[in-house]
Ligand binder design. Structure first.
Ligand code: 13P
Length: 250
């Protein structure tokens, strides 16, 4: 199955010119004979220009609002995103949960709106260090509870399972230069697949790993077929890393 490499630029870069340049670096690194799906999720302000600069890569957003349009100051609706040719929406990133106070209830509304509108959702889940230190059972309980709250009622969306992607991003591994071990990440990914398939009777949900992935350590994760791809932050801003990540992901 095709792997997904999703580049989450977060709040970078600063100018539209730099965003187009970075998008072209990604585009040029994708081989003609494409073997993985490359997604670029720039800040909202660059969506339109990045969308025009790419052909092989797909456009993603870093968030989505659940209403169509109307009096919602500062929010960008799923409808507006679709009109900009966005195909993937990242939802529930831990930075939004922690810094902006996004709740599982809000994330659930976003997941439902995105799925109903036909966007592919990349739902981010993952535990913090305190939970991790309590051991595997504590992590599993936390992950299960996030999945149950964030995916509540998705059975009403006529779910196409290929439209739901889960990204396991342990918070302590994000931007820390200390990724999870591939073995532990795979264990958690298998657990996520089990929870989702048990509840929704789907064979398998594509599950990505995120947290300090770079062009070098990605090879260790690629040994495990259970990992459906990667959600990459810091390394997605560096041309050399971008090339290595794309070229190493077959
Ligand atoms: P880093 O790759 O910088 O650890 O960020 C991961 C992430 O948060 C992607 O969404």
């Amino acid at each position: 199955m095709k792997k997904i490499i999703a580049f989450n630029w977060k709040s970078n870069p600063v100018t539209v010119k730099a965003a187009i340049k970075l998008a072209k670096t990604v585009e040029n690194a994708i081989p003609q004979k494409k073997y993985s799906e490359v997604v670029i999720a720039p800040p909202f302000v660059f969506l339109e220009d990045v969308g025009k600069a790419i052909k092989k890569a797909k456009l993603g957003s870093q968030d989505i609002f659940w209403k169509n349009n109307g009096p919602y100051t500062g929010e960008i609706s799923w409808h507006q995103e679709k009109n900009l040719k966005v195909k993937y929406a990242i939802v529930g990133h831990s930075e939004r949960r922690q810094i902006l106070g996004e709740t599982d209830g809000m994330i659930n509304k976003k997941v439902l709106a995105a799925l109903k509108s036909g966007l592919k959702v990349i739902l981010c889940i993952g535990e913090n260090l305190t939970i991790r230190k309590r051991g595997k059972k504590a992590v599993e309980n936390f992950i299960k509870s996030q999945l149950q709250k964030d995916l509540k009622n998705i059975e009403n969306c006529k779910l196409k399972i290929e439209n739901l992607i889960i990204a396991y991003e342990p918070i302590w591994a994000i931007g820390s230069k200390h990724p999870d071990t591939p073995k532990d990440a795979v264990e958690m990914i298998n657990f996520i697949k089990k929870v989702v398939s048990g509840k929704y009777k789907v064979e398998s949900v594509k599950t990505l790993y995120g947290g300090s992935v770079n062009g070098k350590n990605i090879k260790n994760f690629l040994k495990y077929k259970e990992i459906g791809g990667f959600l990459v932050g810091g390394a997605s801003l560096k041309p050399k890393e971008i090339k290595n990540i794309i070229q190493n992901t077959k």
